[in-house]
Design a protein around this ligand. Structure first.
Ligand SMILES: [Zn+2]
Length: 265
């Protein structure tokens, strides 16, 4: 089933007045408890993003991130997995020319194990890496990070400017992703780059296809994943914060995830 909201309402993702498409209802995929168990996905025809409605509340976010351990399983700790993950990030650093010169300053937002910092150090040991995360879980496990900052991005001195910032599988968790783009952009030097990866949508999905494919989509995390982005969203929103798209690839994982590079102009 698929229908449009009759009255135009502001899209929570891009801010435009839009006749939002109701993709369908989704139930929590995490045990909770959350402020509601009645969530739906909306699609905005203006920015082509899909987002969770209602958004998670502050209490919901506490349940998701402060009351659970995120990185305990083998996926992140076996040598084989580490090799695969570093191969990917290493090729991204090289192929996307993320380190433009020696002694580059790198800021990894929502860092966890700080893979981009690790791949950057491997590619060029002269870079200086700063990792930021609200959780201290990985802070003492990342020898490749020069400065691991536990706290919000806002609590890092705004005067520190960077050549490269990254958000890998982070932006989909944010209730206000645009303000984060602005906060990162203000910390980039002119010409500096922001590397982003995140879930996109189920393979081959278009709005007329409705909700079924979403229910089988491995990245449908309710309510942890708030927004599933498109290139149109970044084309609209990035220029508001002094950035432009220099690379977009939504073919990752059979079209289920995207890779993006923005540049500060
Ligand atoms: Zn929109």
């Amino acid at each position: 089933m698929f229908f449009k909201r009759k009255t135009k309402t502001p899209c929570r993702a891009c801010g435009e007045n839009a006749s939002l498409d109701v993709v369908g209802k989704v139930a929590p995929t995490h045990p909770g408890p959350f402020h509601t168990s009645e969530f739906e996905l909306l699609h905005c025809p203006e920015c082509d993003s899909v987002y969770l409605n209602p958004a998670p509340t502050d209490d919901d976010l506490r349940v998701l991130y402060e009351e659970s351990v995120q990185f305990a399983d083998d996926h992140y700790t076996s040598d084989e997995q580490i090799g695969k993950i570093l191969e990917y990030y290493g090729s991204a650093v090289r192929d996307r020319q993320l380190l433009s010169h020696g002694e580059a300053r790198v800021l990894e937002v929502g860092a966890g194990f700080a893979w981009v910092s690790r791949a950057s150090k491997d590619a060029d040991a002269s870079c200086f890496t700063v990792a930021q995360d609200v959780s201290a879980e990985c802070a003492d496990k990342c020898a490749w990070v020069d400065q691991y900052h536990v706290g919000s991005l806002e609590s890092l001195p705004a005067s520190e400017k960077f050549d490269l910032a990254s958000m890998t599988h982070v932006i989909e968790h944010l209730v206000d992703p645009e303000s984060m783009l602005g906060a990162i952009s203000s910390r980039l030097k002119v010409g500096g780059k922001l590397f982003v990866t995140a879930p996109h949508r189920p393979t081959g999905w278009s709005p007329k296809m409705g909700i079924d494919a979403w229910k089988a989509y491995s990245y449908l995390h309710v309510p942890a994943h708030v927004t599933y982005f498109s290139d149109t969203w970044f084309k609209r929103v990035a220029p508001r914060h002094g950035m432009k798209i220099v690379h977009w690839d939504a073919q990752h994982e059979d079209g289920q995830a995207f890779e993006l590079v923005l540049q500060r102009i």
